[in-house]
Unconditional design. Structure first.
Length: 138
């Protein structure tokens, strides 16, 4: 599948989606890196699959609050310590929707700041997050 077809199918599938937090989500292509775009699409697909899980509402529990800044710092520390980590590992076994969204936003911020690289072998496969080595001074 060509990149523009893949991007168009993602735009169509995500157009106007409202996640469980009441936040409207629209696809925006902000990069020319095909692999990164596919990785982000797969990550977002995983976040949406978490939202679609049936919920067991036996007790009233106050909503969790996650700070993007705190989650960004946690991920940055894990990547610094481990060198490489999988997106699924960052989410854990049973992530809540809000935790998955905050983790996803934190990854976008780290990638934007050139702190990490994202790798993915196949569309919708697991994403590997690696620490980006600082550029050597010339």
């Amino acid at each position: 599948m060509r990149q523009d077809q893949s991007l168009e199918s993602i735009r169509t599938a995500s157009a106007g989606v409202t996640c469980g937090l009441g936040v409207r989500v629209d696809f925006v292509d902000t990069t020319d890196h095909e692999a990164v775009t596919d990785a982000l699409a797969a990550a977002w697909s995983r976040v949406l699959s978490i939202a679609a899980r049936p919920r067991h509402e036996e007790a009233e529990v106050p909503p969790e609050r996650y700070s993007v800044e705190q989650r960004t710092a946690e991920i940055e520390e894990v990547v610094r310590r481990e060198g490489r980590v999988a997106f699924g590992t960052l989410l854990g076994e049973a992530p809540t929707l809000s935790f998955a969204v905050v983790t996803f936003i934190a990854l976008l911020d780290l990638y934007r700041r050139l702190v990490i690289d994202l790798e993915q072998d196949e569309l919708f496969g697991d994403i590997r997050i690696t620490r980006k080595e600082p550029a050597a001074n010339a």
